[in-house]
Design a protein around this ligand. Structure first.
Ligand code: F6P
Length: 328
């Protein structure tokens, strides 16, 4: 597509926050300044676009943010933006500031918003994958996923200490909504006895058998990782089912929850966010609209948003094989 002239770009973060969002905003804004573009921060995601919470950004706004978790632009899930009236209000506000392009950092819902907005109003928009869930196609990893896995592993290591001391069986629930990426990574990385994810059903009898075998083998500790949104329920439900079969076990449940969304981004997430932030601005200037910038085999790739948000990225089968071998 022939690039439009772009002088003012708005940036926003939307949906569940993820570590590295600040690093991504900083990279987007710095790259914008490098190419002589006026940069605008849209606060609280699409909510701020509708309520006109939009401010011109200066260098001082992005100083010392790279290393901070969360997002200084704040985030929200906007029900109003899902309506044509909400999007019209948002468009009018963007026009009043003269903003002629957008960078949207978020997960599938946020990128869907950018796609709709481009389709309806022709505003050049580019998405960056910002979610701990890693459930977007068109990128090997989403911004925040690596840090969330590290956070989960650090927490599980601590749980293992107490689990071993008391010979307890722990069920640890990790985030990931409909995706098992955090569970499989954190599970392999923390020597889990078993990993339960939404994409693959494990009959409760299999899990019970596995735990019985491990008990006979006198394994030092047993930690089962359960992804939220799993087919048989979360960690609490699974623990209740298992306890009926293994009444002699002292069973505990830990839900890691939003702990996984916070914290300073890892080195990988900082690099990913920085590369993609620069690529977002360069992509817009080259006329790449309605796409998501991602990193595949360490190369920046622009994927149509419509393709990036379809749920076809699945946990690697080989990861299951590795997890199985290592948990016997
Ligand atoms: O999409 C990121 C995520 O952290 C999911 O893993 C989780 O299911 C969801 O957001 C929680 O959302 P909220 O913070 O709105 O409860």
């Amino acid at each position: 597509m022939e690039p439009k002239t772009i002088k003012k770009i708005g940036v926003l973060t939307s949906g569940g926050d993820s570590p590295g969002m600040n690093a991504a905003i900083r990279a987007v804004v710095r790259a914008g300044f490098y190419y002589d573009i006026e940069m605008y921060g849209i606060y609280r995601g699409y909510e701020g676009m509708i309520s006109n919470d939009i401010k011109k950004l200066e260098s001082k706004h992005i100083t010392h943010v790279l290393e901070r978790g969360g997002t200084f632009l704040k985030s929200a899930r906007s029900a109003e933006f899902r309506t044509p009236e909400g999007r019209q209000k948002a468009y009018n506000n963007l026009k009043s500031h003269g903003i002629d392009a957008l960078v949207v950092i978020g997960g599938d819902g946020s990128l869907t918003g950018a796609h709709l907005f481009y389709k309806e109003f022709g505003i050049p928009a580019i998405g960056l994958p910002g979610t701990i869930d890693n459930d977007l196609s068109g990128t090997d990893s989403t911004i925040g996923f690596d840090t969330a896995c590290n956070t989960a592993i650090e927490a599980i290591d601590k749980i293992r200490d107490t689990a071993t001391s008391h010979d307890r069986l722990f069920f640890v629930e990790v985030m990931g909504r409909d995706a098992g990426f955090i569970a499989i990574n954190a599970g392999i990385g923390s020597a889990a006895a078993a990993i339960l994810i939404p994409e693959k059903k494990m009959p409760i009898e299999h899990l019970v058998d596995k735990l019985r075998i491990r008990t006979k083998a006198k394994k030092a500790s047993n930690i089962v990782i359960v992804a939220e949104g799993g087919k048989s329920g979360g960690a609490t439900e699974i623990a209740a089912l298992v306890s009926k079969h293994l009444p002699y076990y002292d069973i505990k449940v830990t839900i890691l929850g939003h702990l996984q969304r916070g914290g300073s981004p890892s080195s990988y997430d900082r690099l990913l966010a920085s590369k993609l932030g620069v690529s977002a601005i360069e992509g817009l200037l080259q006329g790449k609209y309605d796409v998501m910038a991602g990193l595949i085999n360490n190369k920046v790739v622009y994927t149509p948003i419509k393709k990036a948000i379809v749920d076809d990225k699945s946990v690697d089968e080989d990861d299951f094989r590795v997890a199985k071998i290592l948990s016997t």
